[in-house]
Design a binder for this molecule. Sequence first.
Ligand SMILES: [Zn+2]
Ligand SMILES: [Zn+2]
Length: 455
Amino acid sequence: MGQGLSCRANREDGFFNAVQVGDLETVQILLQRDPSLLNQPTVYDKLSALHIASANGQIEVLSLILGRSVNPDILNRHKQTPLMLAAMHGKISCVQMLLQAGANILMFDSLHGRTCLHYAAYYGHSECLQAILSAAHSTPVADSWGFARFVNVRDGKGATPLHLAARQRRPDCVHILLDSGALACASTGGYGYPGSTPLHLAARGGSLDCIRELLAWGADRLQRDAAGRIPYTVAVKYKHGACAALLNPSSAEPLVWPSPLKFISELNPEAKVLLERALMEANREREKNILKGTPYSLPSPSHSDVGAEDNISEVSEAELCCICFDQVCTIEVQGCGHQMCAHCTLALCCHNKPNPTTTCLPSPVCPFCRSSIAQLVVAKTKTGEEMDMDVSSSKLTKSRKSRNLSEGSSSFMGVSAMGSFGKMGARGSGKIAADSGDCGSGKIAADSGDCVDKP
Ligand SMILES: [Zn+2]
Ligand SMILES: [Zn+2]
């Protein structure tokens, strides 16, 4: 009897080992002899073969097991699903296969009450995170919970996936989550210090990249946790000096992704990438000035990795943005075909304020012909490759700009003070001068406070 048990235990060990290393042949032979092995969990952790294959990225074994109609949501000792383990270990192909097999994305483990989305965010596997979010658009979860609620799903201590990603220094995941509608200002219940926002947790983790993302999406530097601390206080306490400098409420306001752009339905993805890069670039310029003279100065050249300097001479006057005379036209208004640079497009959209009487946002209008902007696309005159170069080179010939402006030769409705975001950062004033959306009112200096997206 005892011998029989140990014999069975040996067979199980052999089976689990074969699953773990992806030895498909052995798995098949052992399953032929004893099909019940599939539903046999390991002794302590209660891991099934499906868990082991998922956690180890053994896609062929996983496919074999799923083909035998095993429940894809089988639970281990901690009520973790195979999907959670695949997301934890960043096994993207297993995540995809489990989702295709109908794995439930809304299961909660018994350790911290977390979902597969929490796991992907915590461990920083952005591909897995993206795959789960895509699935959330089409699974029953979208109908029963709604996508927005799922993105902000809380664990047992009130932490959303965004809280975890911010705390664990995962800027890619932070970006994807914010882009998918994660709330930048949500407070935790008991995760971290009670009442912490993602910005508090990013300050605790000390990730400049996460802080930059959060600020660009409107995270509030003045929001307090349950102890009354703002994120700046947290960064100082944990000696993250550069983070503290950015979070200091007295340093220049960050530029925030403008809300009118959020309301252009399905903003052209390529145009969006250009605009996002322009925004981040402007904020990095701003950071450089905040950190200048501190021990935390950023390495220069900050983050432009393309050898853009060589291309500048090839840019003809004709391609320069007619608003700022500083950058190359990369964005085109669909319909009228007018072009401007990404920085000016952002400035234009930042300027629009919600109408206080209707509380709806006016759609941004083309500064050249005043037609309302329904869609922005990448300017057609150049190849995408050239565009990449242009965007990463924010510094075009300054002499051109000053000459044009001093001569007052702007072809753009008398605007004389239109600066690029980079320049504004350099002045550190946080002011944006932009043409107003109001018909015929000429030029108006707009405060960058308009950019802040207050929900
Ligand atoms: Zn421009
Ligand atoms: Zn136009």
